[in-house]
Ligand binder design. Sequence first.
Ligand code: HEC
Ligand code: HEC
Length: 275
Amino acid sequence: MKRKPLLQAVSVALGFILTTCSVQAMETEKDSKITTKLEEEALALKPNIDNGRQIYEMCAVCHSPHGWGTPDGRYPQIAGQHYNVIIKQLGDIRAGNRDNPTMYPFTLPNVLGGAQDLADVAAYIEQLPMSPFNDVGPGFDLSYGKELYKEHCEECHGKEGEGDNKEFYPRIQGQHFTYLLRQMRWIQIEKRRNADKTMVKQIHRFSGRDIHSVIDYTSRLRPPADKVAKPDWRNRDFPDSFVSVPRTFIDGPWWDSTWGPHPRWVPMQPIPMIE
Ligand code: HEC
Ligand code: HEC
């Protein structure tokens, strides 16, 4: 008889813990999905790639006609990113859930437009072939990086960093090392406010070495061959005379309009992966 109240207390406590856990699980699920009405509207529309191409002219000033980003990591590779992920990032940047002061004005309604325009430009970017070269880390701690990746990242971002359109998990393969590093730090210190809460917890205790090595490993994950541009590919939707802030390439060598030719910009291929 005496044990009964204790049992009751235990079961009430258990029930409480279980409910809290499931509420947390629900919040986590919600957090990893869309956050704004605009994103929801855009996701329900049928995109028009041709209109997307026209809007992309404005984006290409920074992201270049190829959408390949810059190896110094200032601009990310956006070509080939998942449609849903692009829509979410654009909506989040416009809503102020993700800080991006340089790009913010270009996401405003009077510049980028409404839900249809978001969908259109996302569809255009998604179908752009990805760069055959991206900047990678120094490569001295890769087996440790691989271990961390398998344990902490693979579940969401996939074995090869391919992400998942439906789940809004970004494609992180083929991305520039320094950009990845910056995003990891910003996600860890919660400066990137739209980050996935489960991911934030996952990397909460990561040391500098952990972050550096897992990102070095990630930067060497290759996109599937059918998503990668042939080395001599040019985006013929744009004239060769199109001027963008970061110059993608002029007849081969990589260079930057500010710094000129840069040794690290020389295409690094094949990217060695230490098993
Ligand atoms: C003035 C320069 C500039 C313009 C114009 C610009 N962007 Fe960006 N964009 C950036 C920078 C810089 C970043 C990376 C910010 C960071 O480090 O978080 C970025 C990030 C992004 C991302 C997120 C990538 C990721 O991996 O999460 C997307 C998507 C994107 N831009 C799409 C666009 C689209 C679409 C347009 C045109 C409507 C556009 N951008 C116009 C500078 C610009
Ligand atoms: C629970 C799922 C989950 C786990 C585990 C996870 N991530 Fe993420 N990650 C996400 C989601 C969702 C986003 C996009 C959040 C948003 O919308 O801004 C993201 C964003 C990122 C970004 C920014 C991508 C970009 O284009 O800006 C990087 C880099 C990244 N994750 C790397 C990692 C690494 C490395 C690990 C392992 C140490 C990891 N993630 C673990 C879900 C996860």
